[in-house]
Structures are given as structure tokens and as C-alpha cells.
Design a protein. Structure first.
Length: 178
């Protein structure tokens, strides 16, 4: 087994990525404080052809050295927009026909593996603050919540890990039949 070199991976250039078809998924970062997490989410969105990212509240924006360290150039390929409030981002996305889902543990959250994705819908997935999660005011504005089942004593995952898991599930769904 030979490890592939970067030039053997046949990856898109930034220009090719920008014009490539994207999956109807937006990521919303609700007051994410870690610059490394923000950069990691950019990189994950690049990997899974996500439409874009809404950076909200205290979430830092590119260009920033600490975001760039983990994004590794994904801030150049993935489109993003800043909103003063997450509520503003959600209103804008609702107005553009997106169904909004908090990735959060709520009374009526759907387990990720049981969540029914539809090709007829566009989705916006809200990921929250590293300690506080998605703010209750934001959860109240969502169409629902998706929860990643966990079976250990800890009650949460790192936001970048959560984004990777959830976006992978959406990517796998959209890859089927294409």
C-alpha cells in the first residue's frame, strides 16, 4: 500500500471549488470562541462541499492567524458571512428557504442516525459555544434539533468534532444516488 502524494489526490483548485455544485447545507456558528475550532469547521466545510458558513456574535472572522492555522486555506474556498447575532443569521436563512436545526441536546431532539434528511429541503445547522452550547433563544428559533448520541460519562463533544460528525452524515446522504 502506497500513501498518495498531494498531487495524486486530484483535489479541486480554489477556483474550481468556488464554482462547483455544493450541497444545500449552511453552517451557523453561534458564538464559538475558539479560533482553532472555527478554522477546523472551515476545513470540514471545504471537505464536504458545504454552501457556506454564518459566523455569529463573538465568533471571529478571517483573516486571522489562529483561524488560518487549522483552516489551512479553507477560508479562501468556503464562502462565509458575519452576523452580529445568530438570530439575524437564522432570520436571513429562513427567508431563503432553509430549515434550521440546532445541533444540541433538547427535549425533542432527533438522534443523528434517525434524522430524516430530504433532498427537497435546504438545511442550516447551528453549532454552539464550547461551554454553553447553542443559546436557548437560538434553539427557540430553530425548526428542530439534532443530537449526536453519546454513551460515555461526558455530555458533549468538541464543536469541531460535532461539526465533522454531522456534516459527514449529510455528505453521505447527498452522495447516495449521485
Amino acid at each position: 500500500m502506497k500513501k498518495l502524494l498531494n498531487e495524486e489526490l486530484n483535489r479541486k483548485t480554489i477556483e474550481e471549488f468556488k464554482i462547483a455544485g455544493k450541497y444545500p447545507v449552511m453552517v451557523v456558528l453561534d458564538n464559538v470562541r475558539s479560533l482553532n475550532n472555527i478554522g477546523s469547521v472551515f476545513r470540514t466545510c471545504d471537505a464536504f462541499l458545504v454552501e457556506g458558513i454564518c459566523l455569529c456574535g463573538i465568533t471571529a472572522t478571517p483573516p486571522h492567524r489562529e483561524i488560518s492555522k487549522t483552516a489551512l486555506g479553507a477560508t479562501e474556498s468556503v464562502s462565509w458571512q458575519y452576523f452580529d447575532t445568530t438570530a439575524g443569521a437564522i432570520s436571513t436563512l429562513h427567508n431563503h428557504g432553509y430549515r434550521i436545526y440546532a445541533v444540541e441536546q433538547t427535549v425533542h431532539s432527533a438522534a443523528l442516525h434517525e434524522f430524516s434528511i430530504s433532498r427537497e429541503e435546504k438545511y442550516a445547522l447551528v453549532f454552539g459555544h464550547e461551554i454553553k452550547g447553542v443559546e436557548q433563544e437560538v434553539v427557540n428559533r430553530c425548526d428542530g434539533a439534532i443530537e449526536i448520541p453519546q454513551h460515555g460519562p461526558k455530555h458533549s463533544l468538541n464543536i469541531a468534532v460535532s461539526a465533522g460528525i454531522v456534516l459527514w452524515e449529510f455528505f453521505r446522504f447527498y452522495q447516495k444516488g449521485f
